[in-house]
Design a protein around this ligand. Sequence first.
Ligand SMILES: Cc1ncc(COP(=O)(O)O)c(C=O)c1O
Length: 392
Amino acid sequence: MIDETLVQREAAAVMPTYRRQHVAFVRGEGASLWDADGRRYVDCMAGISMNNVGHCHPAVVSAIAEQAGRLINVSNLYYTEPMVALAEWIRDHALGGRSFFCNSGAEASEAALKLARKHGGPGRTEVVALVDGFHGRTYGALSMTGQPSKQEPFAPLVPGVRHVDRDDPAGLEAAVGDRTCAIVLEIVQGECGVHPVPLEMIRLARELADRHGALLVIDEIQTGLSRTGPLFAFQDIGIVPDVMCLAKSLGGGVPIGAVTARPEFDAVLQPGDHGSTFAGGPLACAAALASCAVLADADLQQSVRVKGAALLADLEGLVTDGLATEARGRGLMTAVDLPLPRAAEVVESMLAEGYLVNNTSARTIRMLPPLVIDGDDLDALTVTLRRVLTAL
Ligand SMILES: Cc1ncc(COP(=O)(O)O)c(C=O)c1O
């Protein structure tokens, strides 16, 4: 399964910030991954929703190869065609305004925060975000992340961020005021175990943002790019944000993030306000253009809805049979809660069976397969999960 010397070398040379599973991959295609011994695994995590197009999608591979042979990066001192084309694509498919490019989800959160703070000016420095939300691990992003265990070792954080429970409209109403520059939320909170934010809360956030002159920032870093069915999760609920954050699957596996906004906010960030050396480079943008073209396909999106509904129905069957206590899902973003805090063992057993899933807590198993996964692999996933849970 893994060369133990690799594990030892990693331990000696890499800071231990990750609890890795005991496997190393050498090749991927679609929803399949292979270890060095040639054993196939079914990827039901897509790199935490980073590979919505699947591994090594031919369109992404050829875009990268073609661009790599021509120009990899040249910095933001100069114009490059792929960045402009990607910004146009995002403008035409999302909020109609301009984008800022960065290299990761956390950086997209940072850029959204800076945009909202600059737009709000010195009198509006507060942000309202949701408990259990996740927006990244850099200081601004971590400050908006509503998970104290991730924040506590790094206090003090960026001041002025309040967190409200996702099902507390009265709390949201009380938290937002004339000093609020942004309300930041995910449509489905991914990192805490796939919890959809009630529509009523999102509607109220839109209303409060309008009432108080704050920006509604929707983090679609995990939900976006057809993960839940529509290209962006907000498109299924009829609420349009002012600002949206993207990353993860945008680059088909290559690091890239973006913040995009409605046209009213096109000129908030001016030369010198923000930047990043690598950001929006031709290689990442060429990969992103190829990835986005695959993910915007209506047939693919319809298949996400159909496969997601079938997967959720199978997971609900686990609940009916007492093997799980709750199943949640939207499109191919799914999770089940277990009756006992044994999710880590389940993840290990699933790996031994050849399936990659992860646990977001001691009781919750999350599944985010590549959107191109075929129905047989999904059926086998739930059959295997049922067997593993029955054997616990
Ligand atoms: C909703 C959301 N926002 C932000 C991030 C941070 O992205 P990154 O890990 O690329 O910094 C993540 C990562 O899991 C996420 O799920």
